[in-house]
Design a binder for this molecule. Structure first.
Ligand code: HEM
Length: 189
């Protein structure tokens, strides 16, 4: 996996928990205290999942809550780092359609086996009011996908209604439908 995700998770830890808790999380996930995650380095997929599981274990929170928080933190970072991706897709549906391409373009820095792996993870099909995502990954991060889609929609004044056509949030292969609606004006006031 590209370093962007482990790096962001570690940045999240550095800002949200004390140094002792961060050290405990790293240790539990199998890393040494003081470990740094580089954006431009490839990490094992399992290492990223181990980090999230370790945060949930050490902080006593649910894995879903950890993913929701990381999704919010990650999108703040992505909006600042890659404003161009967000500018060309002002609504959530268009961004979600473009998301596999974003991942593929970032994966260009990986070895060809890594590139293929990233390309196989996501296939988006356009629906009149949303998208259907074909997700396939041994990382079983469909919940993270949903957390990011919901958070992205909320940032754009939209609500993402999510349903699983095949699989579930912990499956290695899932078909997810995301239907987008404008947020009621009252909720935004
Ligand atoms: C500009 C915005 C974004 C950037 C820069 C970005 C970047 C990345 C990168 C580099 C990875 C690691 C890929 C790998 O090596 O396998 C990743 C993973 C992932 N991204 Fe994004 N992403 C963005 C937006 C999104 C959005 C909006 C969603 C969902 C709606 C999403 C869903 C995911 C998921 C589910 C994974 C984990 C895939 C897996 O390993 O199973 N990303 N992202």
């Amino acid at each position: 996996m590209l370093g962007i995700i482990p790096h962001t998770i570690d940045e999240y830890l550095k800002r949200r928990v004390d140094a002792q808790t961060r050290a405990a999380v790293l240790l539990r996930a199998g890393f040494q205290d003081g470990k740094q995650f580089r954006l431009d380095t490839e990490y094992g997929d399992a290492e990223c999942c181990a980090l999230v599981a370790a945060i949930a274990d050490v902080t006593g929170g649910a894995t879903e809550t950890v993913f929701d928080e990381i999704a919010d933190f990650f999108l703040d970072w992505a909006e600042q780092t890659f404003p161009g991706f967000f500018a060309v897709a002002p609504d959530t549906r268009r961004f979600l359609m473009m998301q596999p391409e974003i991942h593929n373009s970032l994966a260009c820095g990986l070895r060809s086996s890594g590139q293929r792996k990233v390309a196989e993870k996501f296939r988006a099909v356009e629906l009149p009011d949303g998208i259907r995502m074909h997700y396939r990954s041994s990382n079983r991060l469909a919940y993270f996908y949903c957390a990011l889609a919901r958070n992205l929609a909320a940032r754009r004044g939209e609500i993402a209604e999510i349903s699983f056509i095949e699989g579930d949030t912990a499956s290695s292969a899932a078909i997810i439908e995301i239907r987008l609606k404008p947020e009621p004006a009252l909720a935004r006031a």
